[in-house]
Design a protein around this ligand. Structure first.
Ligand code: ACO
Length: 327
């Protein structure tokens, strides 16, 4: 039976660092509040004019190099993003042009913070089905472009970045083993950018009301995130006859240290098996789990044979988990 393995990982974090101390000068907040409530110390912000496909390009070229694959050999590019370069065409098409992946077909996935897990699962299905073999998946976000820098309840949370992975087929018993995904469209307003779409087209009025920025009821999301992330990881693991005690490393979406701690506690996974970088980058939506996976691998925290579990949750609501036996 054919499966997919991750053959190369890459990441791009803009060099410009925005610290909690910087934010104290912009809004009524404090380093102490941000660290205690979220675990975030700093985040990266793009320079003016830099877009999701610019970050995706850097991450993708690194992933391709590490996989030993040329861009023109790619069959498919999937970009997960909620901050596309343009409403259309897809950011995946902008990326295709930037890396000259002339033979790939391209599309975007909109699954917010679960976007990279949704992209990974989609790519896995294409490889299993035999339609495509060499697939680039990317989570790339310029969340600073949809952040209200006067709203202290959201502006302290988000950052910019991108992570990429090249997937190739494998016939070994390793690679992607299992996934579980969920969605709940009855809660779309809990985390949303309400303006700029066909329901509420961009106008002077939407700009005045700041409807093109992220609106979030964080407190309600927190409780749901802990529950569904724990459920998703547990289901993805038990679906293939494994147990949470078999996990070597949990790579969760990096929204909030308290959410990650609570999920790990529910899954009974010790802290040392949980990868965390939310302190340095904040929540980068679809890029968060992609960058975390890449960093964990770069630091040698993921080795051949390890059981790696990705676990994410975001606006939609959407959530999902992927189990990978590393090869
Ligand atoms: N600085 C100081 N005080 C603040 C700040 C701030 N930056 N932000 C809010 N406060 C205040 C509030 O006004 C409130 O004050 P009040 O009690 O006088 O009304 C108080 O702090 C508590 O606010 P809460 O919202 O209840 O704080 P909470 O402990 O829930 O933390 C947070 C907020 C960090 C947003 C948390 O709820 C969270 O992380 N939620 C989940 C976010 C998430 O997972 N999002 C999904 C993924 S993102 C995506 O898909 C794009």
């Amino acid at each position: 039976m054919k499966s997919a393995r991750i053959a190369g990982l890459g990441k791009c974090l803009p060099p410009n660092v925005l610290t909690n101390a910087d934010l104290e000068k912009k809004v009524d907040t404090s380093d102490e509040w941000i660290i205690t409530r979220t675990g975030i110390r700093e985040r990266r912000i793009v320079k003016a004019g830099e877009s999701a496909s610019d970050l995706a390009r850097e991450a993708s070229l690194q992933a391709l190099k590490r996989a030993g694959i040329k861009a023109k050999d790619l069959d498919l590019i999937i970009v997960a993003t909620i901050t596309p370069d343009t409403q259309f065409p897809a950011t995946a098409c902008h990326l295709q042009n930037a890396i000259k992946a002339t033979n790939a077909i391209c599309f975007d996935i909109s699954a917010a913070c679960a976007g990279f897990v949704y992209a990974l699962n989609t790519a896995w299905q294409f490889i299993k089905g035999g339609l495509y073999e060499k697939i680039l998946i990317v989570g790339s976000e310029v969340l600073s472009s949809i952040t209200d820098w006067e709203d202290r309840s959201t502006c302290v949370l988000f950052g910019d970045g991108a992570g990429a992975a090249v997937l190739l087929p494998t016939t070994s018993d390793k690679g992607v083993l299992s996934s579980y995904m969920g969605s709940d469209g009855s809660q779309t307003d809990i985390l949303i950018v309400p303006g700029g779409g066909s329901r509420c087209p961009a106008s002077i009025d939407t700009l005045k009301k700041k409807l093109h920025y992220i609106k979030m009821r964080g407190n309600e999301l927190f409780r749901i995130a802990v529950r569904v992330m724990a459920e998703a990881a547990e289901k993805a693991i038990t679906n293939v006859g494994l147990q949470t005690s078999d996990i070597d490393i949990l790579v969760p979406h990096q929204a909030n240290k308290r959410i990650i701690d609570a999920v790990a506690q529910r899954l009974k996974i010790p802290r040392e098996k949980v990868y965390m970088n939310v302190d340095r980058y904040g929540n980068m939506s679809s890029a968060s789990s992609a960058v975390a996976l890449c960093e964990a691998w770069e630091k040698g925290e993921i080795k051949d044979g390890d059981l790696v579990v990705l676990d994410a949750f975001g606006a939609g609501l959407v959530w999902g988990s992927c189990v990978i036996r590393w090869v």
